[in-house]
Design a protein around this ligand. Structure first.
Ligand code: GDP
Ligand code: K
Ligand code: MG
Length: 288
């Protein structure tokens, strides 16, 4: 009997959704940062064995939309709510339990739920046991405590997921890793560096678009644009004598080379597009 299904991850900002998806898939597909709203798309990661196929979806954190961009992000959450066979509800073990349970209840999920208490590494055993107890009292989901960062409890979680998976043929060929293109991941890896290197509003005003992706004989030549909303932000991204953009380029190139398994020549440009976050044409152009 072969099992297969969609296992979609939901939770508040920074609960560790993207870290968990990467740990379960065993590949860094989703970018991670300590900042909220890092993830803007629904990203799938497929795990296939002879016995089962799991199509994981990482989603943006659940927020109140303030820009058209945010509405698109919550649209990605909504689509994932609708097609989940299993909903993986994840919370930070240090966060308010009642608040998280209220959020999860408000999703009105019809799918089978697993409640993942993440960041177990940050709590003492007694405190963690207490959180797990409170979560179990909710009564609507199996509760599993893990550390996505340290990869603690991942095999046990996977086992629970497989146990709940419906009987089904595979949805994708068994060598499928994701539904997103290499160009998408290249743009995301550049965006991740911006989340890591800049504070305050810069990451939230930034989009990245890959404008050229050329496979040459010995390397891949990639050109990308970093889009910001103001000239002052452009100056910050560039940095003194171009030092900051150089840093973004170096760090991103290392990640991209690891991902594509080839040498990469990466060229970055910065463009100012006033209100791209509220402009449907720009949003579409930048992949939202
Ligand atoms: P998301 O916004 O829900 O996708 O959360 P991320 O995966 O981007 O993680 C947010 C932050 O929490 C990052 O700094 C992660 O490194 C950190 N994080 C995620 N999982 C764990 C964990 O199990 N333990 C600890 N200590 N930190 C974690
Ligand atoms: K984050
Ligand atoms: Mg995320």
């Amino acid at each position: 009997m072969h099992k297969a299904g969609f296992v979609n991850i939901f939770g508040k900002a920074n609960a560790g959704k993207s870290t968990l998806m990467n740990a379960l898939v065993g590949e860094k597909l989703a970018i991670v940062s300590p900042k909220v709203q890092t993830t803007r798309h629904r990203i799938t990661g497929v795990v296939s064995t002879v016995d089962y196929q799991i199509v994981f979806s990482d989603t943006p954190g659940i927020i109140d939309p303030k820009y058209r961009l945010h509405e698109k992000m919550m649209g990605a959450v909504k689509s994932a709510l609708e097609d989940a066979d299993i909903a993986m509800l994840i919370m930070d073990a240090r966060d308010n339990v009642a608040e998280n349970l209220e959020l999860f209840s408000s999703l009105r999920l019809k799918a089978t739920c697993i409640l993942v208490v993440n960041k177990a590494d940050l709590l003492k055993k007694e405190a963690l046991d207490e959180v797990v107890k409170q979560c179990e009292a909710w009564g609507k989901a199996e509760v599993v405590a893990i550390s996505a960062l340290k990869k603690d409890g991942i095999p046990a979680l996977l086992e629970r997921i497989v146990g709940l998976l419906p009987e089904s043929e595979a949805f994708y060929p068994d060598d499928t890793l994701t539904d997103k293109s290499t160009r998408f991941f290249v743009a995301e890896m550049i965006r991740e560096k911006i989340f890591h290197l800049f504070d305050e509003e810069i990451p939230y005003h930034t989009a990245v678009a890959v404008t050229q992706y050329q496979e040459k004989t010995t390397l891949i030549k990639i050109t990308a644009e970093i889009i910001v909303t103001r000239e002052t932000q452009k100056a910050i991204i560039l940095g003194d004598k171009g030092s900051s953009i150089k840093k973004i380029g170096t760090l991103a190139r290392q990640d991209i080379e690891k991902f594509v398994g080839q040498k990469v020549f990466l060229e970055l440009f910065v463009k100012v597009r006033g209100k791209w976050r509220d402009n449907d044409i720009y949003l579409k152009e930048y992949g939202y």
